[in-house]
Design a protein around this ligand. Structure first.
Ligand SMILES: [Ca+2]
Ligand SMILES: [Ca+2]
Length: 258
């Protein structure tokens, strides 16, 4: 917090009085500074990559993004309450929800998961719009951690490098050197940007026949927010199979595989 009084109770000095007992009123200042340590990261999704360092925001433009995080189901079972207050509060450049994980720097064991919004320039931010990153409550200021990132129909990736948090430079999941087995885990989409592979429609860590079968089941469904919408345009059709097909047989590393 800056330019604000610290939290506490204060007394108002009425001009001319010098004794606190005769002060006319008391005011209380509450500290509403968000708690937690801010983690910054950036990433891109192959399916909706538009070129030039940006992703399409078709789901947001059409009002298809859910206001509450969509990872409260199998396989993620993330029960967080992350949400935007209303449709207007959804950032206009939001692409979709993602899950950002903080892992132990050594064991890579999961410490905390937060659902957050992926923006069209790759930035990952809290749904409440307060920070340029994602606040974690169960990590220590100044300690180092690894990160992992999940999306509902792209292959999840595991960060390769432990970084002290809060980090001034966003952790770059678009850089193959920053991801475990990066050259096999990211698709080069040009311009020095590498994106998560599209097509893991059941998000268990392998792109295979099961994902294709789910795509077939959801084809033509009018729900505009389906996991088989690999290119994130609000429709499940052959374009999504075109996106998925080149990635058949790809799988991610075991640290992020369900
Ligand atoms: Ca799969
Ligand atoms: Ca689609």
């Amino acid at each position: 917090m800056s330019n604000c009084l610290p939290a506490g109770t204060y007394y108002v000095l009425i001009s001319g009085n010098t004794d606190k007992d005769t002060f006319g009123a008391g005011i209380t200042v509450s500290d509403n500074t968000p708690t937690g340590v801010v983690v910054q990261a950036r990433a891109f999704l192959e399916g909706c990559y538009a070129g030039g360092g940006f992703m399409n925001t078709t789901l947001r433009l059409n009002g298809y993004l859910p206001l509450a995080q969509p990872y409260n189901r199998v396989p993620w079972l993330h029960n967080g309450g992350e949400a935007v207050a209303n449709a207007a509060a959804m950032p206009t450049n939001a692409v979709d929800w993602v899950l950002l994980e903080v892992r132990d720097a050594t064991t890579e064991a999961l410490i905390e998961t937060r659902a957050a919004l992926l923006l069209d320039n790759g930035a990952i931010v809290d749904a409440d719009g307060i920070t340029n990153g994602v606040r974690f409550q169960n990590i220590s200021n100044g300690s180092s951690y690894k990160l992992a990132l999940r999306h509902r129909n792209h292959l999840a990736v595991m960060g390769s490098t432990a970084v002290a948090m809060p980090n001034a430079t966003p952790y770059d999941f678009a850089n193959t050197t920053q991801v475990v087995q990066g050259s096999t885990q990211l698709k080069n989409v040009g311009g020095g940007i590498n994106a998560l592979f599209a097509g893991d429609t059941n998000a268990e860590g392998i792109i295979n026949r099961t994902d294709y079968n789910k795509y077939v089941l959801q084809t033509g469904n009018t729900n505009p927010y389906l996991d088989s919408d690999c290119n994130l345009d609000g429709t499940v059709n052959s374009a999504d199979f075109t996106t998925l097909r080149p990635n058949l047989q790809l799988c991610n590393v075991e640290q992020v595989r369900y």
